[in-house]
Design a protein around this ligand. Structure first.
Ligand code: PMP
Length: 428
């Protein structure tokens, strides 16, 4: 059971106009516990130095902690530490992949074309996975966050690829149409959990269908890894992206998981210090994983905050967190459904969704609702949630969105519902 943990989060105890904040915008970013804030200040107070370079104690300590952060994240999603690359956020992780595929296509494709003695296609199987030819397809869904859409649009424009989409049904689930998986499908990029509807998608099934066509699967896990146990080994996806700031860690740290055998064959996307092995005036070779993809001074304090965040989440237990959020979601769905004129988007039950609920109140703009709630110190999100294609599919411009995390309570939901009734009165 998760009980009485708001005390661990200083911002949640802050009062404005004598009212404690009800923070319901966790899909955007989460609050930080003391343990995370202390871990960051500890680094700056006690062992601030660059990693890998210094032959002195504080640099060695910083290096140990930075490397430990890779290991902690790897344990958390069940992979090897070389398979975790630190980036700035989910967005950068997905861009890294798109740029790497572009570089691989340009570079390996060119080498293969010019090399008469090239090994057979079979020998080069893994390397050739990254070579994209005109007319090849990237399969996405209508519910992608712009971060898992725009990088693929740009890649498609540069290489003449085609984008295809799995449509969503009335309940906010995407329809897995097997006919969309063809020999032309080279990349399948899907969100694990929708940041608008909370829908939990059947990634395992997608991976099976994609692998039958030799396509690579990229999972946007920004809304799943923070909220439920996730095991990349079991899912068997090829890549996964998520952000530290959505799971109690600081901003400025994101993760990209990739299967080791794939990362080893891929081309880097950023070049410079740290990611090289040997350099002469004309050429350079690349460092081992994960450094090959972490050019320049990395986010050291931010990575250390990730260790503290994962320690905190693990202590609470990811299964308990998922259960707690399911209870909150069930309660919230029940109470919201009773408000006349309120439309809820997405699946009916908490089993099918994470703790994210989008809704609209008839004839009241979501921004007006959020503004009134803010007066009561209740923080929710209103807008298109960086998901304009999904808004089009839902036939709306914007929604209100509440999203829960481990520290939210039934009382938070009661305050929300009470205030929504007030909103209705103001605008009636
Ligand atoms: N994907 C999803 C599903 C998200 O919810 C978000 C954040 N709202 C992102 C990607 C982008 O995350 P970041 O801004 O941390 O890069």
């Amino acid at each position: 059971m998760i009980n009485n943990i708001k005390k661990d989060f200083p911002l949640l105890n802050k009062k404005i106009n004598n009212k404690q904040i009800v923070y319901l915008d966790n899909a955007a970013t989460t609050q930080k516990p003391d343990a995370v804030i202390y871990a960051i200040s500890d680094y700056y107070n006690k062992y601030n130095a660059n990693v890998y370079r210094g032959i002195y104690k504080i640099s060695e300590e910083a290096t140990v902690e930075y490397e430990l952060a890779h290991a902690r994240v790897a344990d958390f999603i069940s992979c090897h530490k070389e398979e975790i690359i630190f980036t700035k956020n989910t967005t950068e992780s997905i861009n890294l992949l798109a740029y790497s595929f572009l570089n691989s296509t340009l570079l390996i494709g060119e080498i293969n074309k010019n090399d008469n003695k090239k090994e057979s296609k079979e020998d080069n199987k893994e390397e050739n996975l990254f070579i994209l030819n005109k007319g090849d397809e990237i399969l996405l869904t209508e519910m992608e966050h712009h971060s898992n859409l725009v990088p693929w649009q740009q890649l498609a424009k540069k290489l003449g690829l085609k984008l295809r989409f799995m449509k969503i049904d009335k309940k906010g689930k995407f329809i897995i149409d097997k006919r969309l998986f063809t020999e032309k499908t080279r990349i399948v990029a899907v969100t694990h959990v929708s940041n608008v509807l909370g829908t939990i998608n059947d990634v395992k099934k997608i991976v099976k269908l994609a692998h039958m066509q030799n396509a690579l699967v990229v999972v946007d896990a920004a809304q799943s890894v923070p909220h439920m146990p996730v095991n990349v080994h079991e899912l068997d996806c090829d890549f996964m992206a998520f952000s530290g700031h959505k799971m109690l860690a600081s901003t400025g740290i994101g993760c990209l998981y990739g299967k080791k055998k794939l990362l080893e064959k891929m081309q880097p996307f950023m070049y410079g210090g740290g990611m090289i092995h040997l350099v002469d005036c004309e050429n350079a070779s690349w460092n081992n994983l994960p450094m090959k993809f972490e050019a320049g001074t990395p986010p050291i304090a931010e990575a250390i905050s990730m260790t503290a965040a994962i320690d905190y989440l693990t202590k609470q237990g990811m299964k308990n967190i998922r259960r707690h959020e399911m209870e909150l979601t069930t309660y919230a769905l029940e109470r919201l459904k009773k408000i006349k004129g309120l439309v809820i988007y997405g699946p009916d039950t908490a089993e099918e969704r994470c703790g994210v609920i989008s809704f609209n109140l008839k004839n009241i703009h979501p921004h007006d609702i959020a503004t009134v709630l803010d007066k009561e110190n209740i923080a929710i999100r209103a807008g298109n949630h960086c998901s304009q294609p999904l808004m089009n599919a839902l036939q709306t411009n914007a929604t209100c969105r509440v999203s829960f995390y481990l520290y939210n309570t039934f009382d938070d939901i009661d305050r929300l519902v009470k205030c929504l009734e007030k909103v209705k009165k103001i605008f009636s």
